[in-house]
Design a protein around this ligand. Structure first.
Ligand code: ADP
Length: 295
């Protein structure tokens, strides 16, 4: 699926480049390098390269102030060559996430984390969607599963994955139950679910024994255990019970990267072509208006 999206993007990116003389550009803001985000970063840069998108990494040292980070993001907002901005997470603990995210122009917020985009999603309007949550639902739709009416359980209520995924599944007419760390009977909820989306950051949280036979399982967890990357689901036991399950690595992750670049192209088009004119792929988030720099 990721390869298919990237193949189409490559053509669209090259025609954007022909029309405008520059490629859509993704600015990745990296504040105080740490290992997991560096892995993710390499994947994004590779994925940019394979589609002809320009990727620009802005490294900001670990000792910098919040005000300086905001100023740096403001410069990116104003830069007409920069179509989209993402900030690598996690941030160093002393930097308030909200202050950083709110500095991003909502029209360049291609990972849908700005409150304006989160609000649009909540209200059911078009905006940029968080790429991981978007990929979670796309992987199901592109596999041809009918989601309408399914009992879905989403484990994890983060703003990046769990919460937006639950809203998107509601949009697909699922009946969604949100589970989290304080949920009293997680196995009980999982057992009743037709669809289980796991984004908790807890390896082995869901096992085959907990699943209802024939359930669909989307594993969004990325954990490093004994130097190996594993998801939140015990794949070996779950695959025997589930009708379908996404592996980690190689499941939602690669699709997320491709979808992020799709959002980037949509942003570039909205900024440089008349809003609404671009033919976006179905389900692709679109900025609510022409992106203007918040000058
Ligand atoms: P991510 O960015 O992957 O979504 P976060 O760390 O932001 O991860 O959020 C983790 C979410 O997973 C939280 O909402 C938390 O309540 C949930 N969670 C973590 N561990 C468990 C667990 N053992 N059981 C149920 N939910 C959990």
């Amino acid at each position: 699926m990721a390869a298919e999206i990237r193949g189409r993007l490559k053509i669209q990116v090259s025609s954007f480049r022909e029309r405008h003389g520059f490629p859509p550009t993704l600015a990745v803001v990296l504040i105080g390098a740490d290992a997991p985000s560096a892995v993710y970063l390499n994947q994004i840069v590779r994925s940019c390269r394979s589609t002809g998108v320009s990727g620009q990494v802005i490294e900001i040292g670990p000792r910098v102030t919040t005000a300086l980070i905001q100023r740096r993001i403001e410069e990116l907002n104003m830069d007409p060559m920069v179509s989209g901005i993402i900030v690598q997470m996690p941030l160093p603990s002393r930097i308030p996430l909200r202050a950083v995210i709110e500095a991003i122009d909502p029209g360049k917020d291609v990972d849908g984390l700005h409150p304006a985009n989160a609000g649009l999603l909540t209200l059911g309007y078009e905006g940029f969607l968080p790429a991981t949550a978007h990929a979670t639902v796309e992987i199901l739709k592109r596999s041809g599963y009918a989601l309408e009416g399914l009992d879905a359980v989403v484990i994890g209520r983060s703003n990046v994955v769990g919460r937006p995924a639950s809203l998107l599944l509601q949009r697909e007419h699922c009946t969604v139950t949100m589970c989290h760390r304080r949920t009293r009977d997680l196995p009980g909820h999982v057992r009743r679910a037709d669809l289980v989306v796991v984004a908790a950051g807890a390896p082995g949280l869901v096992t085959g024994a907990m699943l209802r036979p024939g359930a669909l399982v989307v594993d969004v967890g990325i954990n490093v255990v004994d130097g190996r990357i594993v998801g939140d689901v015990d794949f070996e036991s779950a695959r025997l019970v589930a009708a379908a399950i996404t592996p980690v690595p190689g499941g939602v992750g690669p699709l997320t990267n491709a979808i992020l670049l799709e959002h980037l192209l949509a942003a570039a088009r909205a900024q440089h072509e008349d809003a609404g004119q671009g033919a976006h792929a179905p389900g692709t988030g679109r900025p609510r208006a022409r992106a203007t720099s918040a000058a």
